[in-house]
Design a protein around this ligand. Structure first.
Ligand SMILES: NC(=O)c1ccc[n+]([C@@H]2O[C@H](COP(=O)([O-])OP(=O)(O)OC[C@H]3O[C@@H](n4cnc5c(N)ncnc54)[C@H](OP(=O)(O)O)[C@@H]3O)[C@@H](O)[C@H]2O)c1
Length: 333
């Protein structure tokens, strides 16, 4: 990486169907100048998130990413120059750095992080993925020992942590993932009790066999057909934590929604609640302490999938949407 040139990846065009490399373009420019209150960041790791694709569709919990702008994305970065009192050179921060070598932005848009090794854990287990799993499962799923917990995208960054926390809480855990290898991994390596390969067809039947007494908690990362398969299997007073809908992100028009809504929700008295991890950030310290404890004791395994090179970021996202990743995918810049 040059120290005088800032490489940036733009969203060249908004996809109308599946995301492809043609939707991105790399440009080179000068390293930005700082205004008062801003910091200059050298981006170290870019977080690849399924939501990156959803941001191209329309406004979500943030504004949409528009064509010909730097592709938005969370990143871990080091402060290399500062005109803000709150951040000093050498500090490590997290925020929307975008897909580029350097970012200049107001310091208040970034969160200062502790220096830990490996640094990548600040994006995975102690970052958005770990905190999403922690708060979504514990605050909305409210699992009790003995409950049956189902999680989709189970081998992904959020799902792999959800299942392990549910095991720590004494639950019976069923993961739903694409392909035999991922199913084998979540049961044999992560300790889930069972796994359903949704690409093998017949998700409802396979889930019913894996959870013959029904589901207490469904942590939904995918929406669509898998949510539809889970609904009839929910126990009365079950909880569905709606975390995301990755099955709907990389297509146009969006797939049909689940049937059985609201009928099954009423009859089964389900709690169905969406959440955004940012809502819980004031309790981050407690969550991080718990996660640290579980990682240190070996109860929680951290899986990271690090890809080298800013230029490979578009393909890394395309691959994530196709299910290439296990655990937290990120790009080392
Ligand atoms: N609410 C929040 O605050 C919050 C925060 C972070 C993330 N999220 C959500 O959490 C979910 C996971 O995101 P992530 O960034 O951690 O990604 P991830 O789980 O690491 O990767 C996405 C995975 O989704 C699976 N997938 C792709 N298409 C699918 C489909 N049609 N049906 C079922 N599974 C499919 C793929 O695995 P397979 O090989 O198994 O298909 C892929 O590996 C997303 O819905 C995201 O929006 C929400």
């Amino acid at each position: 990486m040059s120290t005088t040139v800032n490489r940036q990846i733009l969203l060249a065009e908004k996809p109308t169907g599946k995301l492809g490399p043609e939707h991105f373009r790399m440009v080179e420019g000068a390293i930005p100048e700082l205004s008062e209150g801003e910091v200059l960041l050298r981006v170290r790791y870019i977080s690849l998130d399924a939501a990156n694709r959803a941001w191209m569709q329309s406004a979500t919990y943030r504004s949409a990413v528009e064509a010909n702008s730097v592709m938005a994305g969370g990143g871990l970065a080091e402060v290399v120059a500062s005109k803000a009192a709150s951040l000093a050179v050498g500090d490590i921060v997290f925020g929307d750095t975008g897909w580029q070598d350097y970012a200049a932005a107001p310091a208040k848009q970034f969160t200062k992080l502790p220096k830990i090794e490996p640094m990548t854990h600040l994006l995975s287990i102690y970052g958005v993925a770990g905190l999403t799993a922690y708060f979504g499962l514990l605050e909305i799923g409210k699992p009790k020992a003995g409950d049956t917990v189902v999680v989709s995208a189970a081998a992904g960054s959020v799902g792999s942590i959800v299942g392990q926390i549910a095991k720590i809480k004494g639950c019976r855990v069923i993961g739903i993932a694409g392909g035999k290898d991922k199913c084998h991994w979540v049961t044999n390596e992560l300790g889930f009790d069972a796994a359903v390969d949704y690409k093998d067809g017949g998700v409802f039947k396979a889930l019913r066999a894996a959870a013959p007494d029904g589901i207490d908690v469904y942590f939904d990362n995918v929406g669509g057909d898998i949510l539809e398969a889970c609904l009839p299997l929910m126990k009365n007073f079950g909880r569905i934590a709606c975390c995301g809908a990755v099955s709907q992100y990389d297509a146009a028009p969006p797939a049909h929604g689940p049937r059985g809504v609201p009928g099954l929700i009423v009859v089964k008295r389900l709690l169905v609640q969406g959440f955004i991890v940012m809502d819980f950030m004031d309790r981050r310290e407690q969550a991080t302490a718990d996660l640290l404890g579980w990682v240190s004791s070996g109860q929680l395994k951290v899986q990271e999938d690090v890809i080298d090179g800013l230029e490979n970021t578009p393909q890394a996202l395309i691959g994530l949407l196709a299910g290439e990743n296990r655990g937290k995918r990120m790009v080392r810049v």
